[in-house]
Design a binder for this molecule. Structure first.
Ligand SMILES: Cc1cc2nc3c(=O)[nH]c(=O)nc-3n(C[C@H](O)[C@H](O)[C@H](O)COP(=O)(O)OP(=O)(O)OC[C@H]3O[C@@H](n4cnc5c(N)ncnc54)[C@H](O)[C@@H]3O)c2cc1C
Length: 596
């Protein structure tokens, strides 16, 4: 039929309000998902049907600070104020987001409706309802998206928080793989679990290791789907590399068990191809590993008296990294700061206290011998028995969720407190190639770090680049959808800044948006200095620049065409669209209108 005659038909449609929304949408031009004000928005009776189908678990989420807008002096507002710095509380709110927004990028907005899924059937009901009624869908687990991809106005939210089963396996064999894949130890996690749940079960209680994320309140599904790194990824690979099996509800409403033997292409896409893109994962099964005997850290801050000495300090650290730390043991962060200080906040796996100290001694001796360097935070290194690493009780580095009835397994690192609810002015990241550690290239790397630090603090996340990882970790990580350039990078450089929480409706001093934009420009200038020495560098999907126009190449490298083909196969109509997700280039920025 001619497009023009379809449009004429569309003009006559008020007579045919009962026409299914997905058919109605096809007669509109361009194709657009429906919003509450649109004629094809589901009727109250249709919403009631969905509510019944999901056992009453249909919610109309309110913005986090809605109680304060309604009554600033009321008890509900006081509860928000009391809890808003607790990441577990934020995650328990249907409209909660761990980031309160990003200047000129996104602002948290509650969905029109949310299904609080209790099992995969609830998810299947929600997906089918959204497809039938042509709704914009968002999926939320731990709510830690920096890019704002787990919230959207006028959408139906599928919220996995309540899917929190954890099951350990001694001899896991994926469905349909008997006789084809050897049994192996694993853990199955409901998609609503956070890493705190996984580490409590796998490490603290069972004495094994699972590769997850550093921040304990991050959702397991969002992290694995994005690729995911934890402190010790150089020893075990990215988190996606450990994904053996997933239960996923695809756009057709079908619950699939995907693994190496069933829908292996979809399994590969779920390994780092991005959250909210290929379907709704309801359960993940991840490989577990023997726990290293020791886990430990290295810490301290050194400040240089002048710029020249700071350049020398950076160069000496780069050389020390290259000589002693470029191996599977060491991960986490080194910060190169505008005030001419270098902050060490690194961790290690597999070294005893004495071994860890021996690694650092030459560097610490060199620092102490310099009259122009001041130790502003004591330097040290150590290691201790691994099993208590994530234990919350009695751990001075952890803050426990103290709400009545909260899980005793829920605690977060003190160092993560500042990020809770933070508002971003800007954020950028790039993988720094290991080739920059060659002796002849080290001066360029050190020079670029120095130049970048004149604009902003540069964080080197050593664990988020997989050069110098174990051969097994590299091999497994290359079997994921993440940009393979990650295995050539010794670190992910992150440059980001922002300010105190600024949720819509929150009472706080007005934001100085001019200053915030200046800050964003400084972030861009710092990243540009690093790109001078790493012009082809990719970037880590979930910790990246919202405005990055090269996102396809940067996140996925040569994997993008394969991911796009898998997206077309499992989600041909684009039900699952997120900002800078596979296939999103075919949709408007708000995810409502198909462009081509
Ligand atoms: C404070 C903080 C600390 C962080 N620390 C780390 C870290 O240590 N290591 C690291 O690698 N990353 C880290 N990240 C980034 C984090 O891993 C990603 O943002 C991740 O995607 C968050 O997952 P989530 O479930 O918590 O978030 P959500 O916002 O709920 O989800 C993130 C994305 O995944 C999708 N998604 C979530 N659940 C599902 C599901 N079940 N099925 C399909 N799609 C789903 C969402 O639609 C969304 O697009 C951190 C982020 C923050 C804000």
């Amino acid at each position: 039929m001619q497009r023009r005659s379809l449009l004429k038909l569309g003009a006559a449609l008020p007579l045919t309000l009962s026409m299914p929304a997905h058919l109605a949408a096809r007669v509109m031009s361009p194709f657009a998902r429906v919003r509450p004000k649109d004629p094809y928005w589901p009727t109250p009776a249709q919403w009631a049907e969905l509510e019944a189908a999901v056992g009453g678990n249909l919610l109309q989420p309110q913005a986090l600070f809605a109680p304060c807008v309604a009554d600033a002096g009321g008890a509900a507002c006081a509860a928000v104020a009391r809890n808003q710095r607790n990441p577990f509380w934020i995650g328990d709110q249907p409209a909660g987001t761990q980031v309160s927004g990003w200047l000129d990028a996104w602002t948290p907005q509650a969905s029109a409706y949310a299904v609080r899924a209790r099992h995969s059937q609830d998810v299947a009901q929600a997906v089918s309802f959204a497809r039938r009624h042509n709704l914009r869908v968002v999926v939320k687990g731990g709510a830690h998206s920096y890019l704002g991809t787990s919230n959207a106005p006028d959408s139906l939210l599928i919220w996995t928080r309540a899917l929190d089963d954890v099951r350990l396996h001694d001899d896991f064999v994926a469905e349909g793989c008997a006789g084809r894949v050897a049994p192996q130890p694993a853990v199955s996690l409901g998609a609503g679990c956070m890493w705190a749940d996984a580490y409590a079960a796998v490490t603290t209680r069972a004495g094994r290791y699972v590769q997850g994320g550093g921040c304990t309140s991050v959702g397991v599904a969002g992290l694995v789907l994005g690729g995911g790194f934890g402190s010790f990824s150089k020893g075990f690979g990215n988190a996606a590399a450990g994904l053996l099996e997933a239960e996923v509800i695809t756009a057709d409403g079908k619950a699939r068990i995907v693994n190496a033997c069933r829908d292996p292409d979809l399994l590969w896409a779920l390994r780092g191809g991005g959250g909210g893109t290929f379907g709704v994962v309801t359960r993940l099964t991840l490989r577990t590993h023997p726990l290293p005997e020791f886990l430990g850290s290295a810490w301290g801050t050194i400040r240089a008296n002048n710029d020249a000495t700071f350049r020398t300090l950076i160069a000496r650290f780069v050389a020390h990294y290259s000589e002693r730390l470029a191996n599977p043991h060491w991960g986490e962060q080194v910060k190169v700061k505008p005030d001419n200080s270098l902050e060490l906040s690194m961790v290690q796996q597999g070294l005893s206290r004495d071994e860890a100290r021996a690694v650092w001694q030459p560097f610490f001796d060199w620092v102490k011998a310099s009259a122009d360097l001041k130790i502003t935070d004591e330097l040290g290194a150590g290691g201790h028995k691994a099993q208590s690493w994530w234990e919350i009780q009695g751990n001075p580095s952890m803050i426990r969720d103290m709400r009545p009835g909260a899980s005793p397994d829920h605690g977060y690192w003190k160092g993560d407190q500042d990020q809770v609810g933070g508002y971003l002015h800007g954020y950028d990241s790039l993988w720094l190639p290991a080739a920059l550690l060659e002796p002849s290239a080290q001066p360029r790397l050190a020079g670029a770090l120095y130049a970048a630090s004149r604009h902003k603090e540069v964080e080197l996340h050593i664990n988020k680049g997989l050069a110098f990882a174990t051969p097994a970790a590299i091999k497994a990580s290359l079997d994921t959808a993440m940009n393979p350039g990650v295995t050539d990078a010794f670190a992910l450089a992150i440059i980001a800044d922002g300010e105190q929480p600024s949720y819509p409706g929150e009472s706080r001093p007005p934001m100085d948006t001019d200053a915030a934009r200046r800050d964003a420009r400084e972030i861009a200038a710092a990243a540009a200095e690093l790109r001078k020495v790493a012009p082809q560098a990719g970037s880590y999907l979930t910790e990246s620049n919202f405005f990055n126009e090269r996102w396809r190449e940067d996140y996925f490298g040569p994997n993008y065409p394969r991911l796009k083909a898998i997206k077309k196969k499992y989600d041909p109509e684009g039900l699952f669209i997120v900002h800078h997700g596979v296939g999103s280039e075919e949709w408007s920025a708000d995810g409502f209108t198909r462009l081509r």
